[in-house]
Ligand binder design. Structure first.
Ligand SMILES: NC(=O)C1=CN([C@@H]2O[C@H](COP(=O)(O)OP(=O)(O)OC[C@H]3O[C@@H](n4cnc5c(N)ncnc54)[C@H](O)[C@@H]3O)[C@@H](O)[C@H]2O)C=CC1
Ligand SMILES: O=C(O)[C@H]1O[C@H](OP(=O)(O)OP(=O)(O)OC[C@H]2O[C@@H](n3ccc(=O)[nH]c3=O)[C@H](O)[C@@H]2O)[C@H](O)[C@@H](O)[C@@H]1O
Length: 464
């Protein structure tokens, strides 16, 4: 048995590294069109930051884990082919801004149809709209090579920052398909380390839809607690106390109730918008509107945070220095896709603030590229004014202290652990007074900081 995976990104890389680690006798070949990414996977500096990933890759790479750009060879050799390519929101044509762009998945399927021989199991690892497998089966079936295929859906539930633990000890593995033999072949791979009762098998469509539904439910919890955070701020209730009180109800549960500046990441928004598009496609207008509200609430939360900063700082942040702590969409990742920080920074820049941004993992070029992109229109155009705001009003610095020096305010946008243990007395001494802290993640010790002299505003805490 041999495995290949097309797409060496945040999902393809870690999932295949884990399979290779747990199944030393199965050769695993991960391929990508992006040479730079493959080179990084073959180096000591992996393309993604993920706690524990280095060790897993180091153990398996060179033994039974290989990274290359030779897509055709990988397809030809493999018995099981995973497709873990990106499925971003469409930015053009019908469904722009909502539907998933299936171009990359379709290209994979066409390549497989062209070069495969014999029998292959093709696994949808990417997150896809329900009934995509129907299209994939047709594309594979139209190939001239005479190869035969089974298509399975095996969505991935790992979260960034905890990917290795999630892969090692998943709540469940989900496999949807039509052929019992194909399902069994994939079950046997995961069963090397995941207890059988946690490997769920379903029909293809339930599996595809379960992935979108899981992300929609998770994001809905964040939007729900964020909606309540606004009410807390108006009523002197404390959102962490409310979350704790409701989370102790075993029917609600305590996880995913952390109020924040808004959820980010490559998937929540795109998957919900995709769900909304699907519902509209099937004429389910009320269902579409229900789920869309989760994204609308998230946009409101990001906007509300930036507006709160301006309002609190005497209604102007123009020419004021604001330290931005954290740019990744959550801690323990270098991923910035859809990070709330991008939109908060954009709004502050448009108010002419000067930003000193620090993130322990995100490189300067990435931060600047994200800010430029956030100011561009759909055609990718950016006004001279917006470009000069990113060029002149943004500096990227090496730590939280440097960011806060001479600043009027600190905005905490990612919950990196290091922000809990900084020397706040020292920081206070270097800032302009009154020194504001806007904690978008509720990570700082409000009481201590207030005693030092800071004016602290949190999410769902009375104040901002
Ligand atoms: N990022 C995450 O934490 C999770 C993502 N997912 C889903 O997994 C899928 C992949 O996501 P990411 O890994 O984050 O994306 P990514 O953008 O990090 O990686 C995708 C990779 O596929 C490559 N690629 C695209 N077309 C190709 C082709 N025709 N041949 C070879 N390589 C090709 C790209 O060069 C890129 O390196 C998406 O559908 C996403 O929704 C699911 C669970 C978690
Ligand atoms: O399909 C995907 O891509 C993945 O999306 C999420 O994983 P991820 O986006 O990596 O990270 P999460 O931990 O879910 O956080 C998402 C966002 O919500 C925010 N969040 C999360 C939890 C919470 O209580 N409050 C909150 O604001 C985080 O800060 C982050 O910005 C899901 O948790 C994974 O199960 C799924 O596989």
């Amino acid at each position: 048995m041999k495995i290949c995976c097309i797409g060496a990104g945040y999902v393809g890389g870690p999932t295949m590294a884990m399979i290779a680690k747990q199944c030393p006798d199965i050769p695993v070949h991960v391929v990508d069109l992006n040479q730079e990414r493959i080179d990084a996977w073959n180096s000591d500096s992996l393309p993604i930051y993920e706690p524990g990933l280095d060790e897993v890759v180091r153990e398996a790479r060179g033994r039974n884990l290989k990274f290359s750009t030779d897509v055709d060879a990988a397809i030809t050799e493999a018995d099981i082919i995973f497709m873990a390519v990106n499925t971003p929101t469409k930015t053009f044509g019908v469904g722009a801004g909502r539907a998933a762009n299936l171009e990359f998945v379709e290209k994979c399927a066409r390549r497989i149809a062209e070069v495969a021989e014999g029998h292959k199991i093709v696994v949808e690892k990417s997150t896809l709209p329900v009934r995509t497998a129907e299209a994939i089966k047709r594309i594979l079936g139209a190939g001239a090579s005479g190869a035969t295929f089974d298509v399975l859906s095996n969505p991935e539930f790992l979260a960034e920052g905890t990917a290795i633990d999630d892969l090692l000890d998943p709540d469940r593995v989900l496999i949807g398909g039509e052929s019992t033999e194909a399902i069994e072949a994939l079950v046997n791979v995961y069963a090397r380390w995941v207890p059988r009762e946690q490997i769920l098998t379903t029909n293809l469509w339930s599996s595809e839809l379960s992935k979108l539904t899981a992300n929609a439910f998770l994001a809905q919890r964040v939007s729900s607690i964020n909606a309540i955070s606004a009410l807390c701020e108006a009523t002197e209730a404390d959102v962490d106390e409310v979350a704790r009180a409701i989370g102790m109800d075993s029917r609600i549960g305590p996880k995913f109730l952390k109020a924040s500046v808004g959820f980010g990441g490559s998937c929540f928004q795109k998957d919900i918008l995709n769900l909304v598009y699907l519902c509209e496609h099937f004429g389910l207008r009320e269902v579409a509107a229900y789920w869309e509200q989760v994204v609308i609430m998230n946009d409101y939360q990001k906007r509300r945070f930036a507006e709160g900063i301006c309002r609190t700082m005497f209604s102007t942040v123009s020419d004021k220095k604001i330290a931005v702590w954290g740019f990744a969409f959550k801690k323990d990742t270098n991923d910035t896709r859809e990070s709330a920080a991008i939109y908060v920074c954009r709004d502050l820049l448009r108010e002419r603030a000067r930003l000193a941004i620090y993130d322990p993992q995100v490189p300067e070029a990435k931060i600047r590229a994200d800010l430029i992109a956030s100011m561009s229109n759909l055609a990718g155009e950016i006004s001279d004014l917006d470009r000069s705001l990113v060029e002149k009003n943004v500096t990227i610095v090496g730590d939280g202290y440097e960011a806060a020096k001479d600043a009027h305010a600190i905005a905490v946008l990612t919950e990196w652990d290091e922000f809990k243990t900084l020397d706040y007395k020292k920081i206070y001494g270097t800032m302009k007074a009154p020194a504001f802290v806007f904690d978008g993640r509720n990570v700082v010790d409000r009481k201590r900081l207030t005693e030092i002299g800071f004016e602290v505003f949190g999410i769902g805490k009375s104040g901002v």
